[in-house]
Design a protein around this ligand. Structure first.
Ligand SMILES: Cc1cc2nc3c(=O)[nH]c(=O)nc-3n(C[C@H](O)[C@H](O)[C@H](O)COP(=O)(O)OP(=O)(O)OC[C@H]3O[C@@H](n4cnc5c(N)ncnc54)[C@H](O)[C@@H]3O)c2cc1C
Length: 467
């Protein structure tokens, strides 16, 4: 009883301290607000005790120094679109929502750089830089509700990675609030930086386990003159993979992306897509090309021929932005459409040498038959990226089989030189834990993420019983 009273007093002190640091109107502990933060892009549920919506680096710094002093775990959120659970407060009392930090601070068209606050959404950034005929390339499948803070923290790939690489390749400099509230600048706004370790990129992909990103300087590219998209459907997966091989061996084609989806994904997406999809289609490719107008026309015609030579059931080509969006939406809609057919799916993102994609897929489908499990596979196979989803609608036994299937695939992937998020060697984990400890000795930043538990637990959380 005494302990409970003590906890309540501690909670009240912390709440009051946070309110006086940034203003009561930006600190929420009502159930409706907390519930909105208890889920994310794909799965899981975990409710925070308090949600804070700061407006500036200074406020973020004050919040971190308070929670650090109280030893309270915290989790930062962009738009909550992450597929692997990172923005969920699994062990955190507090969610820091950066939606109010959404200014484009400086666009420098001559230097090809832009500095933004983390809450800027990708679509807004792309629209803004397009006015200067510039292009920010990193494009996850969900543009209008994904923030720069989220994609840098996750180092997302996306729809353009085959040609342009991942988010890391475009981060030049960062302003970061460290767990003790101190503010550091890492990296330079110049395209080439030669001094010391590349600290800025060390934070890219760290999923908020080291600090909160409060300003981000990105490299821009000139807008390509022309882009064109082809969607093509096949009656079997082998024909789609043969087409992929023949397209990829033509290294001179100016491919921007080459995405694959199987029958389960096609069926899930067909209700939402504006493109008519033949019922017998078992595999689909979305192929995007950009560059100089003349070359794009030539490349599209070559790809169209390759698709037909490999027995495509149907091919649609889009030349205008409006028509391209209809075709590109097919790829973007797969993940949300799958969420509609089942809330229970085991998801694993695999990365393999692209020449090995066919072998891995063959293994996935053989195992799915052996375990009598339905799988949904899609991904940017041009980059060797496979998004594997095992549907587990029917409870615990299915989940055990699904985990067995995934672990067999992971073994296969590692044996052929591939990787996945869950595949880290023990010495790598130890080294990473050491680095984390250096930045965040109390383990308050997004605990439970990347390396499991921290010492700052939420078992005595204010609302623990409701969670
Ligand atoms: C339909 C759909 C399609 C997708 N397609 C792709 C795809 O093609 N490729 C791909 O790679 N991903 C894809 N994703 C995943 C998603 O776009 C990324 O994970 C993205 O990072 C989420 O951004 P967000 O703003 O929603 O971040 P959140 O989900 O809110 O957060 C992501 C992570 O970043 C941390 N974080 C957020 N802001 C900050 C900050 N300022 N400082 C420190 N840490 C921070 C969070 O704690 C969390 O760990 C897709 C998701 C969906 C739902």
């Amino acid at each position: 009883m005494e302990l409970q009273d003590q906890n309540k007093k501690g909670d009240k002190d912390l709440f009051e301290e946070l309110c006086s640091a940034i203003g009561r109107e930006f600190v929420f502990d009502n159930i409706e607000e907390r519930e909105r933060y208890s889920f994310n892009g794909v799965n899981g549920e975990s409710m925070p005790d308090v949600v804070i919506t700061p407006h500036s680096t200074e406020q973020v710094s004050k919040i971190l120094s308070i929670v650090n002093r109280h030893n309270i775990p915290i989790c930062t959120r962009g738009a909550g679109a992450i597929l692997s659970g990172g923005a969920l407060p699994i062990e955190s009392y507090i969610v820091l929502d950066l939606k109010n930090m959404n200014r484009i601070v400086e666009l420098n068209a001559r230097d090809l750089t832009v500095t933004v606050e983390p809450g800027v959404c990708i679509k807004n950034l792309q629209d803004e830089v397009a006015k200067s005929r510039l292009f920010y390339t990193s494009e996850p499948g969900i543009l209008d509700s994904t923030t720069i803070g989220g994609i840098v923290s996750k180092c997302t790939g996306g729809m353009t990675g085959l040609k342009y690489g991942v988010t890391r390749d475009y981060v030049l400099a960062l302003e970061i609030v460290l767990p003790d509230g101190s503010v550091i600048n890492a990296g330079r706004k110049t395209l080439k930086s030669v001094a010391g370790y590349d600290l800025a990129r060390f934070f890219v992909g760290s999923e908020e386990t080291l600090g909160v990103l409060t300003k981000i300087t990105l490299k821009l590219l000139p807008m390509p003159e022309k882009a064109c998209t082809i969607v093509t459907l096949f009656k079997d997966i082998d024909s789609a993979l043969k087409t992929t091989d023949s397209i990829l061996v033509h290294n001179h084609l100016s491919l921007r992306s080459l995405e694959f989806a199987d029958k389960t994904c096609i069926d899930a997406v067909s209700d939402f897509s504006e493109m008519e999809i033949p019922a017998e289609a078992e595999a689909l490719l979305v192929i995007d090309v950009d560059g100089n107008e003349k070359n794009v026309a030539k490349d599209i015609s070559r790809i169209d021929t390759l698709c037909k030579e490999n027995g495509a059931l149907k091919t649609s080509i889009a030349h205008t932005d409006e028509d391209r969006n209809i075709l590109l939406d097919i790829g973007k809609l797969i993940s949300p459409s799958l969420s509609k057919i089942t809330s229970m799916r085991l998801n694993e993102e695999l990365s393999v040498p692209r020449s090995k994609v066919g072998g891995v897929l063959k293994n996935v489908y053989e195992l799915s038959k052996a375990y009598s499990l339905q799988v949904a596979v899609f991904g940017q196979i041009g980059e060797g990226h496979i998004n594997l989803n095992v549907i587990c609608k029917n409870g615990e036994t299915v989940e055990v089989s699904a985990r067995n299937l995934v672990s067999q695939i992971l073994k296969d992937v590692v044996s052929i030189g591939g990787t996945a998020k869950t595949v880290l060697q023990p010495h790598e984990v130890e080294m990473m834990k050491g680095l984390k400890k250096m930045f965040d000795p109390k383990g308050i930043m997004n605990p439970g993420r990347l390396f499991g538990n921290s010492s700052a637990h939420r078992k005595d959380a204010k609302y623990a019983k409701e969670i």
